[in-house]
Write a new protein. Sequence first.
Length: 484
Amino acid sequence: MAAAAPGRRAYAGGGPRIGETGKFEGEFKVQEKAPFIKHRLDVWERLRSKYLEELGKKPHEPIKIELPDGKVKEGRSFETTALEIAQGISKGLADSVVVAKVFYREPIASLKQCVAADIDDDEPEDAAAAAQSQGAVLWDLNRPLEGSCRLELLKFDDPQGQDVFWHSSAHILGQAMERAFGCHLTIGPALESGFYYDGFFGDRKLKAEDFTLIEKNAMDICKEQQAFERCVITKEEALELFSENPFKVQLITNKVPDGSLTSCYRCGPLVDLCRGPHIPSTGRAKAFTITKNSAAYWLGDQNLDSLQRLYGIAFPSDKQMKEYKNFLAEAAKRDHRNIGKQHELFMHHPWASPGSTFWFPAGARLYNTLIDFMRKEYRLRGFTEVVTPNMYSAALFKQSGHYQNYKEDMYSLDVEKQEWMLKPMNCPGHFLMFDARIRSYKELPIRFADFGVLHRNEDSGALSGLTRVRRFQQDDAHIFVRPD
Protein backbone atom coordinates (compact mmCIF):
# COMPACT_ATOMS: atom_id res chain seq x y z
CA MET A 1 0.00 0.00 0.00
CA ALA A 2 1.54 3.31 -1.01
CA ALA A 3 1.79 6.33 1.22
CA ALA A 4 -0.08 9.49 0.33
CA ALA A 5 1.16 10.90 -2.93
CA PRO A 6 2.52 14.47 -3.05
CA GLY A 7 -0.38 16.89 -2.93
CA ARG A 8 -2.63 14.21 -1.46
CA ARG A 9 -1.75 14.41 2.21
CA ALA A 10 -4.18 13.01 4.73
CA TYR A 11 -5.92 16.14 5.94
CA ALA A 12 -9.49 16.91 6.87
CA GLY A 13 -10.46 20.04 8.75
CA GLY A 14 -8.27 21.39 11.53
CA GLY A 15 -7.62 18.16 13.42
CA PRO A 16 -4.60 15.86 13.43
CA ARG A 17 -3.16 14.90 10.08
CA ILE A 18 -0.42 13.04 8.24
CA GLY A 19 2.04 15.76 7.28
CA GLU A 20 4.60 16.27 4.53
CA THR A 21 6.99 13.82 6.20
CA GLY A 22 4.33 11.10 6.15
CA LYS A 23 4.08 11.17 9.95
CA PHE A 24 1.37 12.09 12.44
CA GLU A 25 1.04 15.80 13.18
CA GLY A 26 -1.22 17.37 15.76
CA GLU A 27 -2.29 16.78 19.33
CA PHE A 28 -2.77 13.26 20.67
CA LYS A 29 -3.71 12.34 24.21
CA VAL A 30 -4.18 8.86 25.66
CA GLN A 31 -7.58 8.92 27.34
CA GLU A 32 -10.79 7.03 27.94
CA LYS A 33 -13.92 8.29 26.15
CA ALA A 34 -11.88 10.28 23.65
CA PRO A 35 -13.91 13.22 22.22
CA PHE A 36 -13.54 12.00 18.64
CA ILE A 37 -15.72 8.96 19.44
CA LYS A 38 -18.80 11.11 20.11
CA HIS A 39 -18.13 13.26 17.04
CA ARG A 40 -17.88 10.15 14.89
CA LEU A 41 -21.12 8.72 16.30
CA ASP A 42 -22.98 11.97 15.66
CA VAL A 43 -21.89 11.94 12.01
CA TRP A 44 -22.71 8.21 11.77
CA GLU A 45 -26.28 8.70 12.99
CA ARG A 46 -26.91 11.31 10.32
CA LEU A 47 -25.34 9.26 7.52
CA ARG A 48 -27.01 6.03 8.64
CA SER A 49 -30.46 7.68 8.66
CA LYS A 50 -29.87 8.91 5.12
CA TYR A 51 -28.73 5.44 4.02
CA LEU A 52 -31.76 3.70 5.55
CA GLU A 53 -34.05 6.22 3.89
CA GLU A 54 -32.48 5.39 0.52
CA LEU A 55 -32.85 1.66 1.17
CA GLY A 56 -36.51 2.17 2.03
CA LYS A 57 -37.12 3.45 -1.49
CA LYS A 58 -35.83 0.24 -3.09
CA PRO A 59 -38.47 -2.01 -4.70
CA HIS A 60 -39.70 -4.84 -2.45
CA GLU A 61 -40.31 -7.45 -5.13
CA PRO A 62 -40.94 -11.22 -4.79
CA ILE A 63 -37.73 -13.30 -4.88
CA LYS A 64 -36.92 -17.01 -4.70
CA ILE A 65 -34.26 -18.28 -2.31
CA GLU A 66 -32.91 -21.77 -3.03
CA LEU A 67 -31.34 -23.72 -0.17
CA PRO A 68 -28.59 -26.37 -0.51
CA ASP A 69 -31.15 -29.21 -0.21
CA GLY A 70 -33.04 -27.85 -3.21
CA LYS A 71 -35.94 -26.37 -1.25
CA VAL A 72 -37.05 -22.92 -2.34
CA LYS A 73 -38.17 -20.20 0.07
CA GLU A 74 -40.22 -17.18 -0.91
CA GLY A 75 -39.04 -13.72 0.07
CA ARG A 76 -39.00 -10.06 -0.89
CA SER A 77 -36.02 -8.06 -2.11
CA PHE A 78 -34.59 -5.49 0.32
CA GLU A 79 -36.72 -7.02 3.06
CA THR A 80 -36.02 -10.74 3.64
CA THR A 81 -32.72 -11.55 5.40
CA ALA A 82 -30.65 -14.72 5.53
CA LEU A 83 -31.07 -14.72 9.31
CA GLU A 84 -34.86 -14.90 8.89
CA ILE A 85 -34.41 -17.88 6.57
CA ALA A 86 -32.18 -19.57 9.19
CA GLN A 87 -34.71 -18.85 11.95
CA GLY A 88 -37.42 -20.42 9.80
CA ILE A 89 -35.39 -23.63 9.63
CA SER A 90 -34.41 -23.88 13.31
CA LYS A 91 -33.37 -21.72 16.23
CA GLY A 92 -30.21 -23.78 16.64
CA LEU A 93 -29.15 -23.01 13.08
CA ALA A 94 -29.93 -19.32 13.49
CA ASP A 95 -27.84 -19.17 16.66
CA SER A 96 -24.83 -20.96 15.16
CA VAL A 97 -24.63 -19.57 11.62
CA VAL A 98 -21.96 -16.90 11.10
CA VAL A 99 -22.51 -15.50 7.63
CA ALA A 100 -24.49 -16.08 4.44
CA LYS A 101 -22.93 -17.13 1.15
CA VAL A 102 -25.14 -15.87 -1.66
CA PHE A 103 -25.14 -16.86 -5.34
CA TYR A 104 -27.32 -14.23 -7.03
CA ARG A 105 -29.21 -15.24 -10.16
CA GLU A 106 -28.95 -11.79 -11.72
CA PRO A 107 -26.33 -9.02 -11.49
CA ILE A 108 -26.72 -6.95 -8.32
CA ALA A 109 -25.92 -3.26 -8.70
CA SER A 110 -24.81 -2.76 -5.10
CA LEU A 111 -21.99 -5.30 -5.52
CA LYS A 112 -20.19 -2.92 -7.88
CA GLN A 113 -20.85 0.28 -5.97
CA CYS A 114 -18.42 0.11 -3.06
CA VAL A 115 -14.66 0.50 -3.07
CA ALA A 116 -12.93 -1.20 -0.14
CA ALA A 117 -10.84 1.28 1.82
CA ASP A 118 -9.90 -0.98 4.72
CA ILE A 119 -7.71 -3.54 2.95
CA ASP A 120 -3.94 -3.73 3.38
CA ASP A 121 -2.50 -4.67 -0.02
CA ASP A 122 0.07 -6.92 1.66
CA GLU A 123 -2.51 -9.07 3.42
CA PRO A 124 -3.50 -12.45 1.94
CA GLU A 125 -6.82 -12.97 0.18
CA ASP A 126 -9.71 -12.83 2.63
CA ALA A 127 -12.95 -14.81 2.73
CA ALA A 128 -14.93 -12.19 0.80
CA ALA A 129 -12.46 -12.31 -2.09
CA ALA A 130 -12.38 -16.12 -1.98
CA ALA A 131 -16.17 -16.30 -2.17
CA GLN A 132 -16.24 -13.85 -5.06
CA SER A 133 -13.82 -16.05 -6.99
CA GLN A 134 -16.44 -18.83 -6.66
CA GLY A 135 -19.19 -16.65 -8.15
CA ALA A 136 -20.66 -15.91 -4.73
CA VAL A 137 -20.71 -13.06 -2.27
CA LEU A 138 -20.52 -13.24 1.51
CA TRP A 139 -23.50 -11.40 2.97
CA ASP A 140 -24.38 -10.12 6.44
CA LEU A 141 -27.08 -12.31 7.99
CA ASN A 142 -29.15 -9.26 8.90
CA ARG A 143 -28.65 -7.44 5.58
CA PRO A 144 -31.72 -7.77 3.32
CA LEU A 145 -31.22 -9.92 0.24
CA GLU A 146 -31.48 -7.98 -3.01
CA GLY A 147 -32.59 -10.59 -5.54
CA SER A 148 -33.34 -14.25 -6.25
CA CYS A 149 -30.43 -16.42 -5.23
CA ARG A 150 -29.02 -19.69 -4.00
CA LEU A 151 -28.22 -19.42 -0.30
CA GLU A 152 -25.69 -21.22 1.88
CA LEU A 153 -25.48 -20.60 5.63
CA LEU A 154 -21.90 -20.87 6.88
CA LYS A 155 -20.98 -21.77 10.44
CA PHE A 156 -17.71 -21.25 12.29
CA ASP A 157 -16.39 -24.62 11.12
CA ASP A 158 -16.31 -23.32 7.54
CA PRO A 159 -13.00 -21.54 6.67
CA GLN A 160 -14.86 -18.58 5.21
CA GLY A 161 -17.11 -18.49 8.26
CA GLN A 162 -14.03 -18.44 10.50
CA ASP A 163 -12.55 -15.57 8.52
CA VAL A 164 -15.70 -13.48 8.94
CA PHE A 165 -15.95 -14.37 12.64
CA TRP A 166 -12.35 -13.31 13.27
CA HIS A 167 -12.74 -10.16 11.18
CA SER A 168 -15.68 -9.19 13.39
CA SER A 169 -13.58 -10.06 16.44
CA ALA A 170 -10.92 -7.64 15.20
CA HIS A 171 -13.57 -4.90 15.41
CA ILE A 172 -14.25 -5.98 19.00
CA LEU A 173 -10.53 -5.72 19.75
CA GLY A 174 -10.33 -2.32 18.06
CA GLN A 175 -13.24 -1.01 20.11
CA ALA A 176 -11.64 -2.35 23.31
CA MET A 177 -8.36 -0.57 22.47
CA GLU A 178 -10.16 2.64 21.61
CA ARG A 179 -12.35 2.46 24.71
CA ALA A 180 -9.37 2.14 27.06
CA PHE A 181 -6.85 4.52 25.48
CA GLY A 182 -8.51 6.59 22.76
CA CYS A 183 -5.93 5.35 20.26
CA HIS A 184 -6.20 5.98 16.54
CA LEU A 185 -7.02 2.65 14.89
CA THR A 186 -5.43 1.85 11.54
CA ILE A 187 -5.92 -1.63 10.04
CA GLY A 188 -7.29 -4.80 11.67
CA PRO A 189 -7.70 -7.88 9.47
CA ALA A 190 -8.52 -11.51 10.12
CA LEU A 191 -5.63 -13.96 9.92
CA GLU A 192 -5.41 -17.67 9.23
CA SER A 193 -5.79 -18.20 12.97
CA GLY A 194 -7.16 -15.16 14.75
CA PHE A 195 -6.76 -11.47 13.97
CA TYR A 196 -4.89 -8.33 14.90
CA TYR A 197 -5.42 -4.59 15.10
CA ASP A 198 -2.81 -1.85 14.78
CA GLY A 199 -3.22 1.32 16.80
CA PHE A 200 -1.40 4.63 17.15
CA PHE A 201 -0.83 5.37 20.85
CA GLY A 202 1.57 8.29 20.51
CA ASP A 203 4.46 7.83 22.93
CA ARG A 204 2.48 5.49 25.20
CA LYS A 205 3.93 1.97 25.32
CA LEU A 206 1.47 -0.75 26.28
CA LYS A 207 2.32 -2.95 29.27
CA ALA A 208 1.08 -6.31 30.51
CA GLU A 209 -1.60 -4.75 32.72
CA ASP A 210 -2.88 -2.81 29.70
CA PHE A 211 -3.53 -6.06 27.84
CA THR A 212 -5.58 -7.29 30.79
CA LEU A 213 -7.72 -4.14 30.64
CA ILE A 214 -8.19 -4.39 26.87
CA GLU A 215 -9.14 -8.06 27.15
CA LYS A 216 -11.68 -7.23 29.87
CA ASN A 217 -13.14 -4.49 27.67
CA ALA A 218 -13.41 -6.96 24.80
CA MET A 219 -15.33 -9.47 26.92
CA ASP A 220 -17.65 -6.67 28.12
CA ILE A 221 -18.29 -5.74 24.48
CA CYS A 222 -19.17 -9.37 23.69
CA LYS A 223 -21.61 -9.47 26.62
CA GLU A 224 -23.24 -6.23 25.45
CA GLN A 225 -24.29 -8.03 22.24
CA GLN A 226 -23.76 -4.95 20.11
CA ALA A 227 -25.33 -5.28 16.66
CA PHE A 228 -23.15 -4.81 13.56
CA GLU A 229 -24.72 -2.14 11.35
CA ARG A 230 -23.71 -1.39 7.78
CA CYS A 231 -23.73 1.93 5.93
CA VAL A 232 -22.69 2.95 2.41
CA ILE A 233 -21.31 6.48 2.12
CA THR A 234 -19.58 8.76 -0.36
CA LYS A 235 -15.87 9.55 -0.22
CA GLU A 236 -16.66 13.04 1.08
CA GLU A 237 -18.89 11.60 3.82
CA ALA A 238 -16.18 9.10 4.78
CA LEU A 239 -13.65 11.91 5.12
CA GLU A 240 -16.07 13.75 7.41
CA LEU A 241 -16.83 10.62 9.44
CA PHE A 242 -13.15 9.87 10.10
CA SER A 243 -11.86 13.45 10.10
CA GLU A 244 -10.26 12.98 13.55
CA ASN A 245 -8.29 9.89 12.50
CA PRO A 246 -5.58 10.89 9.99
CA PHE A 247 -4.68 7.27 9.25
CA LYS A 248 -8.22 6.47 8.11
CA VAL A 249 -8.28 9.75 6.18
CA GLN A 250 -5.15 8.68 4.31
CA LEU A 251 -6.69 5.30 3.44
CA ILE A 252 -9.83 7.00 2.12
CA THR A 253 -7.84 9.62 0.21
CA ASN A 254 -5.59 7.08 -1.49
CA LYS A 255 -7.91 4.11 -2.01
CA VAL A 256 -11.36 5.57 -2.74
CA PRO A 257 -11.56 7.41 -6.10
CA ASP A 258 -13.39 10.72 -6.21
CA GLY A 259 -17.11 10.20 -6.80
CA SER A 260 -16.99 6.62 -5.47
CA LEU A 261 -18.75 4.98 -2.55
CA THR A 262 -17.31 2.96 0.30
CA SER A 263 -18.82 1.05 3.21
CA CYS A 264 -18.38 1.18 6.96
CA TYR A 265 -19.73 -0.72 9.95
CA ARG A 266 -20.70 0.18 13.48
CA CYS A 267 -20.75 -1.95 16.62
CA GLY A 268 -21.44 0.02 19.78
CA PRO A 269 -19.40 3.25 19.77
CA LEU A 270 -16.94 1.92 17.18
CA VAL A 271 -17.37 2.94 13.56
CA ASP A 272 -14.83 1.56 11.12
CA LEU A 273 -14.09 1.49 7.42
CA CYS A 274 -14.96 -2.03 6.29
CA ARG A 275 -16.31 -3.93 3.33
CA GLY A 276 -17.65 -6.63 5.67
CA PRO A 277 -19.52 -8.82 6.10
CA HIS A 278 -19.84 -9.39 9.85
CA ILE A 279 -21.52 -11.58 12.44
CA PRO A 280 -24.96 -10.30 13.56
CA SER A 281 -23.70 -9.06 16.93
CA THR A 282 -20.67 -9.08 19.21
CA GLY A 283 -22.55 -11.57 21.40
CA ARG A 284 -21.64 -14.38 18.99
CA ALA A 285 -18.11 -14.28 20.43
CA LYS A 286 -18.27 -16.15 23.75
CA ALA A 287 -14.53 -16.46 24.39
CA PHE A 288 -11.89 -13.84 23.61
CA THR A 289 -8.20 -13.51 24.43
CA ILE A 290 -5.20 -11.43 23.44
CA THR A 291 -2.42 -13.77 22.32
CA LYS A 292 0.57 -11.47 21.79
CA ASN A 293 1.70 -8.00 20.81
CA SER A 294 4.36 -6.52 18.58
CA ALA A 295 5.54 -3.28 17.03
CA ALA A 296 4.44 -2.31 13.54
CA TYR A 297 4.84 0.59 11.13
CA TRP A 298 2.13 2.51 9.36
CA LEU A 299 1.80 1.03 5.87
CA GLY A 300 4.70 -1.29 6.74
CA ASP A 301 7.19 1.57 6.20
CA GLN A 302 9.80 2.00 8.93
CA ASN A 303 10.10 5.68 8.00
CA LEU A 304 6.48 6.28 9.01
CA ASP A 305 4.75 6.25 12.39
CA SER A 306 5.37 3.45 14.86
CA LEU A 307 2.21 1.54 15.79
CA GLN A 308 1.41 -1.11 18.37
CA ARG A 309 -0.15 -4.33 17.15
CA LEU A 310 -2.29 -6.57 19.32
CA TYR A 311 -3.09 -10.11 18.20
CA GLY A 312 -6.09 -12.00 19.46
CA ILE A 313 -8.34 -14.97 18.92
CA ALA A 314 -12.01 -15.55 19.69
CA PHE A 315 -14.43 -18.46 19.51
CA PRO A 316 -18.17 -19.06 19.63
CA SER A 317 -17.75 -21.16 22.80
CA ASP A 318 -15.54 -21.49 25.87
CA LYS A 319 -14.94 -25.13 24.95
CA GLN A 320 -13.30 -24.15 21.66
CA MET A 321 -11.07 -21.66 23.45
CA LYS A 322 -10.00 -24.32 25.95
CA GLU A 323 -9.18 -26.73 23.12
CA TYR A 324 -7.18 -24.01 21.38
CA LYS A 325 -5.12 -23.25 24.49
CA ASN A 326 -4.49 -26.97 25.05
CA PHE A 327 -3.29 -27.23 21.46
CA LEU A 328 -0.89 -24.32 21.98
CA ALA A 329 0.44 -25.90 25.18
CA GLU A 330 1.15 -29.17 23.37
CA ALA A 331 2.70 -27.34 20.43
CA ALA A 332 4.99 -25.42 22.79
CA LYS A 333 6.35 -28.72 24.10
CA ARG A 334 7.29 -29.60 20.51
CA ASP A 335 8.58 -26.16 19.49
CA HIS A 336 11.54 -26.86 17.20
CA ARG A 337 13.40 -23.87 18.65
CA ASN A 338 13.39 -25.43 22.11
CA ILE A 339 14.21 -28.91 20.81
CA GLY A 340 17.08 -27.51 18.74
CA LYS A 341 18.57 -25.86 21.81
CA GLN A 342 17.99 -28.78 24.19
CA HIS A 343 19.64 -31.30 21.86
CA GLU A 344 22.27 -28.90 20.50
CA LEU A 345 21.11 -29.27 16.90
CA PHE A 346 21.36 -25.67 15.68
CA MET A 347 21.68 -22.05 16.80
CA HIS A 348 21.22 -18.50 15.52
CA HIS A 349 23.60 -15.72 16.51
CA PRO A 350 21.86 -12.43 17.41
CA TRP A 351 24.34 -10.09 15.69
CA ALA A 352 27.00 -12.07 13.80
CA SER A 353 24.56 -13.39 11.18
CA PRO A 354 20.88 -13.10 12.18
CA GLY A 355 18.58 -15.40 10.26
CA SER A 356 21.40 -17.71 9.18
CA THR A 357 21.49 -21.10 10.86
CA PHE A 358 24.57 -22.63 12.51
CA TRP A 359 24.26 -26.44 12.49
CA PHE A 360 26.01 -28.35 15.27
CA PRO A 361 27.33 -31.88 14.47
CA ALA A 362 24.11 -33.66 15.51
CA GLY A 363 22.03 -31.16 13.56
CA ALA A 364 24.28 -31.48 10.52
CA ARG A 365 23.71 -35.25 10.54
CA LEU A 366 19.94 -34.69 10.54
CA TYR A 367 20.32 -32.09 7.82
CA ASN A 368 22.37 -34.38 5.57
CA THR A 369 20.01 -37.30 6.21
CA LEU A 370 17.13 -35.17 4.96
CA ILE A 371 19.13 -34.12 1.87
CA ASP A 372 19.97 -37.77 1.12
CA PHE A 373 16.29 -38.70 1.41
CA MET A 374 15.30 -35.91 -0.99
CA ARG A 375 18.00 -36.92 -3.50
CA LYS A 376 16.62 -40.45 -3.50
CA GLU A 377 13.10 -39.15 -4.12
CA TYR A 378 14.36 -36.91 -6.94
CA ARG A 379 15.93 -39.90 -8.70
CA LEU A 380 12.74 -41.95 -8.34
CA ARG A 381 10.77 -39.11 -9.95
CA GLY A 382 13.14 -38.48 -12.86
CA PHE A 383 14.76 -35.27 -11.62
CA THR A 384 18.40 -34.44 -12.36
CA GLU A 385 20.33 -32.47 -9.77
CA VAL A 386 22.20 -29.37 -10.94
CA VAL A 387 24.49 -26.87 -9.19
CA THR A 388 24.13 -23.15 -9.91
CA PRO A 389 25.93 -19.96 -8.76
CA ASN A 390 24.94 -18.11 -5.61
CA MET A 391 25.58 -14.67 -7.09
CA TYR A 392 24.38 -13.13 -10.36
CA SER A 393 24.53 -9.83 -12.16
CA ALA A 394 21.53 -7.64 -11.33
CA ALA A 395 20.86 -7.59 -15.08
CA LEU A 396 19.52 -11.17 -14.85
CA PHE A 397 16.99 -10.23 -12.19
CA LYS A 398 15.97 -7.15 -14.17
CA GLN A 399 15.28 -9.43 -17.12
CA SER A 400 13.26 -11.85 -14.97
CA GLY A 401 11.32 -9.07 -13.23
CA HIS A 402 12.52 -9.97 -9.75
CA TYR A 403 14.55 -6.77 -9.50
CA GLN A 404 11.57 -4.52 -10.19
CA ASN A 405 9.30 -6.32 -7.73
CA TYR A 406 11.57 -7.72 -5.02
CA LYS A 407 14.72 -5.59 -4.97
CA GLU A 408 14.20 -4.57 -1.33
CA ASP A 409 14.06 -8.25 -0.34
CA MET A 410 17.35 -9.15 -2.07
CA TYR A 411 20.98 -8.67 -1.04
CA SER A 412 23.01 -6.56 -3.47
CA LEU A 413 26.81 -6.33 -3.82
CA ASP A 414 29.15 -3.93 -5.60
CA VAL A 415 31.51 -5.96 -7.82
CA GLU A 416 33.88 -3.89 -9.97
CA LYS A 417 31.37 -1.01 -9.85
CA GLN A 418 28.56 -3.20 -11.12
CA GLU A 419 25.54 -4.36 -9.13
CA TRP A 420 25.38 -8.06 -8.33
CA MET A 421 22.90 -9.91 -6.15
CA LEU A 422 22.69 -13.05 -4.05
CA LYS A 423 20.01 -15.25 -5.55
CA PRO A 424 16.70 -15.48 -3.63
CA MET A 425 15.45 -18.33 -5.82
CA ASN A 426 16.83 -20.85 -8.34
CA CYS A 427 14.53 -20.37 -11.32
CA PRO A 428 16.56 -17.74 -13.28
CA GLY A 429 19.64 -19.98 -13.15
CA HIS A 430 17.67 -22.98 -14.36
CA PHE A 431 16.35 -20.98 -17.30
CA LEU A 432 19.91 -20.02 -18.25
CA MET A 433 20.88 -23.70 -18.23
CA PHE A 434 17.89 -24.67 -20.35
CA ASP A 435 18.76 -21.85 -22.78
CA ALA A 436 22.42 -22.91 -23.02
CA ARG A 437 21.75 -24.77 -26.28
CA ILE A 438 18.95 -25.63 -28.69
CA ARG A 439 16.68 -28.27 -27.17
CA SER A 440 14.74 -31.00 -28.95
CA TYR A 441 11.15 -31.76 -27.98
CA LYS A 442 12.34 -35.35 -27.57
CA GLU A 443 14.36 -34.27 -24.50
CA LEU A 444 11.28 -33.00 -22.73
CA PRO A 445 10.29 -33.00 -20.00
CA ILE A 446 13.54 -31.83 -18.42
CA ARG A 447 13.50 -31.84 -14.63
CA PHE A 448 16.15 -29.76 -12.84
CA ALA A 449 16.53 -30.00 -9.05
CA ASP A 450 18.78 -27.70 -7.03
CA PHE A 451 19.98 -27.49 -3.43
CA GLY A 452 21.56 -24.07 -4.04
CA VAL A 453 21.87 -21.69 -1.10
CA LEU A 454 19.28 -18.89 -1.22
CA HIS A 455 19.30 -15.53 0.56
CA ARG A 456 16.33 -13.25 1.24
CA ASN A 457 16.47 -9.97 3.11
CA GLU A 458 13.76 -10.64 5.69
CA ASP A 459 13.00 -7.97 8.29
CA SER A 460 14.82 -8.74 11.53
CA GLY A 461 11.54 -8.63 13.46
CA ALA A 462 10.09 -11.38 11.27
CA LEU A 463 12.93 -13.86 11.82
CA SER A 464 11.82 -16.95 13.75
CA GLY A 465 13.70 -20.20 14.28
CA LEU A 466 13.93 -22.25 11.10
CA THR A 467 10.57 -21.07 9.75
CA ARG A 468 11.64 -17.52 8.79
CA VAL A 469 15.32 -17.12 7.93
CA ARG A 470 17.61 -15.17 5.61
CA ARG A 471 19.79 -18.04 4.38
CA PHE A 472 18.30 -21.41 3.46
CA GLN A 473 18.11 -24.29 1.01
CA GLN A 474 14.82 -25.71 -0.16
CA ASP A 475 13.21 -28.52 -2.11
CA ASP A 476 13.45 -26.54 -5.34
CA ALA A 477 12.91 -27.93 -8.83
CA HIS A 478 11.63 -26.81 -12.22
CA ILE A 479 10.13 -28.85 -15.04
CA PHE A 480 10.41 -27.80 -18.70
CA VAL A 481 7.63 -29.34 -20.80
CA ARG A 482 6.01 -29.08 -24.21
CA PRO A 483 2.96 -26.77 -24.47
CA ASP A 484 0.71 -29.82 -24.71
